[in-house]
Design a protein around this ligand. Sequence first.
Ligand SMILES: Nc1ncnc2c1ncn2[C@@H]1O[C@H](COP(=O)(O)OP(=O)(O)OP(=O)(O)O)[C@@H](O)[C@H]1O
Ligand SMILES: [Mg+2]
Length: 298
Amino acid sequence: MISTHALGKQYGNRAVVEGLDLHVPRGCVYGFLGPNGSGKSTTMKMLLSLVRPTTGEIRVMGRPVQRSTRRELLAHIGSLIESPPAYGHLTGRENMRLVRRLLNLTDDQITRAVRTVRLHDQLDKRVRDYSLGMKQRLGIAMALAREPRLLILDEPTNGLDPAGIDEIRRLLTQLAENGTTVMVSSHLLGEIDRTAGVLGILGNGRLLFQGTREQLFARSTPDVLIDTPEPHRAATLTADRHPARVDGASVRLSGLDDQATATVVARLARADVDIYGVRRQTQSLEDVFMALTGEGGL
Ligand SMILES: Nc1ncnc2c1ncn2[C@@H]1O[C@H](COP(=O)(O)OP(=O)(O)OP(=O)(O)O)[C@@H](O)[C@H]1O
Ligand SMILES: [Mg+2]
C-alpha cells in the first residue's frame, strides 16, 4: 500500500528523518513505533504531502506520489494527525455534516463512519463535552467517512485509559479485516504491538526494525545466568570470550546459544568455580524494543 525509498527530511542542517525504506502491506495494521522525537509525525506528514521530503520517493498503491498524482492518491487516504480535528463548540453531528459537505459525501457514508466508531448515540453532544476517547473516535470517523483504502493515524491512543485504548485497538483490527490498510503510530510498544501485523520501529529518524512481532521477538537473545559463590572470578574467567556482568550472586552473559553455554560452564568447572545453577532469562518484547531504541526511549 505504501512504499518509500530513502525518504528523508532535514530541518536546517539537522536530519530528523533519514533513509527510510518503509513497506506497508495492503490490508494490515502497520504499527509505526518510536520514542518521542524519533520522527513518526514528520514521516506521516510526508506520506500525506503535508511536509515536503528533502530526499527520497513515496509510492502509494504502487504509484509515485508527485504533483500529477497527488490529489487522486490523497483521495484514498484518511488521516488523523496529532490532535483531533473537530470543532469543540459544535456537536458531533454538526462536525460530521461539515465533513460531508467538504468532501461531498453521502449521508450513508457519514452514518456508516459514525457507527463504525460507535458514536451514533452521542452525536447531539457538543464535542467539547466529549471524553478524550470520544474525541479520538470522532476524529477517526472524520477520517473514515470518505471510505479510504488507507488510514494514517498518528498516536490515536495517546492519553486514553486502558478501556479507550482497547476500543481503538479493536476498531483498527476490524477495519483491517474489512480491507482497509491502517498505519498507526505510537511511542508505546504495548499499545499496538498485538494489534499490528507488521511493526516499523524508528529511532532518531532511522528505521531500526521492520517486520512482524515474531521476527522482532526472534531478535531477543536470552541471557544466561550462572549462580556461583564467586561471581567476580567467574566473570573474569569468561570475559575474554563473552561480555559478562556480575548480577548479585550470579554472572549474567548475553547472547549465548546452547553450545556456548556448555563451553562456558565447562571452563568454569575446570577452574574450580562452584556452580550452583545455570538459568536462562528470556527478554520481553518490551526489553527488545528498549534495547533497540536505546535508553528505553519512553
Ligand atoms: N517544523 C519543524 N522544524 C524543525 N524541527 C522540527 C519540525 N518538526 C519536527 N521537528 C523535529 O523533528 C524531530 C522529529 O519530530 P516528530 O514530531 O516527527 O517526532 P515524533 O516521533 O512524532 O515524536 P512524538 O512521539 O513526540 O510525537 C524532533 O526533534 C522535532 O523537534
Ligand atoms: Mg508525533
